[in-house]
Design a protein. Structure first.
Length: 135
């Protein structure tokens, strides 16, 4: 990205694809899916409303109980599980986050999966999966 009145490039690193990121449950981006599940709301193709159901694992966490939804964690958990009925929606949400950052001028994306699990092996598996998926 070129910055006005500067002779050098400014590199933008997008940091929104982190499993630590939260949305407020009472916020405009969280609601209910058509079947009544807690869900993250986001625009799909042609701006139609899409719903990413919050996985049970996320709902059982303290953040959810305290009024926050770990939306990136929800997307990664759903997308990594090929047997989940929300597999494709999780992928679509990750794609939505990538497109938002690319459209905002990000040169690089910083990915973080630390809170996907307490298990280091699970974190490594999730990071390998996410990097491969995002590329």
């Amino acid at each position: 990205m070129k910055v006005k009145n500067r002779d050098q490039e400014f590199i933008v690193i997008g940091e929104n694809i982190h499993c630590t990121r939260v949305l407020l449950r009472k916020g405009k981006r969280v609601g209910e899916s058509p079947n009544g599940e807690p869900a993250v709301l986001f625009p799909g193709n042609n701006d139609e409303a899409k719903f990413l159901p919050v996985p049970e694992k996320v709902q059982k966490g303290n953040d959810f109980k305290e009024g926050r939804v770990k939306h990136v964690q929800s997307a990664v958990l759903s997308a990594m599980d090929k047997n989940s009925p929300n597999h494709q929606t999780g992928l679509d949400y990750i794609r939505h986050l990538i497109e938002r950052q690319a459209n905002a001028g990000a040169d690089f994306l910083d990915l973080n999966v630390d809170e996907i699990s307490y298990s280091h092996d699970d974190q490594q598996d999730a990071m390998r999966w996410l990097v491969t998926t995002v590329q």
